[in-house]
Design a protein around this ligand. Structure first.
Ligand SMILES: NC(=O)C1=CN([C@@H]2O[C@H](COP(=O)(O)OP(=O)(O)OC[C@H]3O[C@@H](n4cnc5c(N)ncnc54)[C@H](O)[C@@H]3O)[C@@H](O)[C@H]2O)C=CC1
Ligand SMILES: O=C(O)C1=N[C@H](C(=O)O)C[C@H](O)C1
Length: 233
């Protein structure tokens, strides 16, 4: 498979290593200041760039009939436009706030726990996410997906960054050293607390998930999620 990398930073470089190990070829590395892209030499694109760049990168791939996987976070305000463009171009697109198998299992666990806790009004939910100090967006995309999982299964309707407001899910974002990504959900009552936590030890799980998604989407048309790719739930 001929892969184009949009964004050749921490994730782009790790995806390159894992993709080559799995027998794929990297035929384009597009980063800041890159020249014209030769789409005739690309089977699938993988975008791990920046919040400002993701939508343009995804758009150019869809306009050139190239399936695209995006893991970039912090650009959700443009998501509806990307989905519309994918439908118009009859393209193929997967966005995931987190491509790791472990976090996708954790998403399912989070939804199940939220459903159980919904009628237990003595427990108040909160979330904490910890990432490295270079991260541009807050809260993390993963934290937003987790909050959406709680909202879909409880009476909560909104999340709030770094603040406790009645009836909203507080998400506390911390930036510490090189932390690859840690997410904790806590239900606290006067007498006890229940906590679930996912800790990434490095970035390999994210990168491998993105390569697996790229292998999976080849020759497909439509808008998919990692749940489709991993056959979870
Ligand atoms: N969904 C997931 O599983 C994961 C998502 N991420 C997200 O992926 C993104 C990238 O993460 P990292 O690689 O750690 O960041 P990074 O900062 O190491 O790399 C980003 C790269 O994008 C480049 N870039 C800037 N403008 C560009 C443009 N117009 N076109 C192409 N490239 C451009 C930068 O020069 C840089 O090399 C972030 O949004 C991060 O939150 C990170 C890890 C896992
Ligand atoms: O920026 C990162 O590093 C990560 N970003 C994603 C997010 O915002 O959730 C996924 C992972 O946690 C690492």
């Amino acid at each position: 498979m001929r892969i184009a990398l949009f964004g050749y930073g921490k994730m782009g470089k790790m995806i390159e290593r894992l993709a080559v190990e799995r027998g794929h070829e990297i035929t384009a590395k597009i980063d800041l200041g890159s020249d014209k892209i030769d789409f005739s030499n690309i089977d699938v694109a993988i975008d791990f760039s920046t919040p400002d760049a993701a939508f343009a990168n995804i758009s150019i791939c869809l306009e050139n009939n190239t399936p695209v996987i995006s893991g970039t976070t912090g650009w959700l305000q443009k998501m509806d436009d990307a989905l519309k463009l994918c439908k118009e171009t009859k393209g193929a697109f997967i966005y995931a706030s987190n491509f790791s198998l472990g976090v996708n299992v954790f998403f399912e666990l989070n939804a199940y726990l939220a459903k159980m806790m919904n009628n237990l009004s003595q427990y108040k939910v909160s979330m904490e996410e910890i990432h490295h100090t270079q991260k541009l967006d807050a809260p993390s995309g993963t934290a937003i997906t987790l909050a959406e999982g709680i909202i879909a299964n409880t009476h909560y309707q909104k999340w709030k960054l770094n603040e406790r407001v009645d009836e909203e899910i507080p998400i506390f974002s911390k930036r510490i050293g090189d932390t690859p990504g840690t997410h904790t959900i806590n239900y606290n009552s006067q007498v006890d607390s229940i906590e679930i936590k996912h800790t990434a030890h490095n970035r390999e799980g994210f990168a491998l998930g993105a390569v697996i998604a790229a292998e999976w989407i080849l020759d497909k048309t439509g808008i998919f999620t990692m749940k489709d790719v991993l056959n979870l739930g």
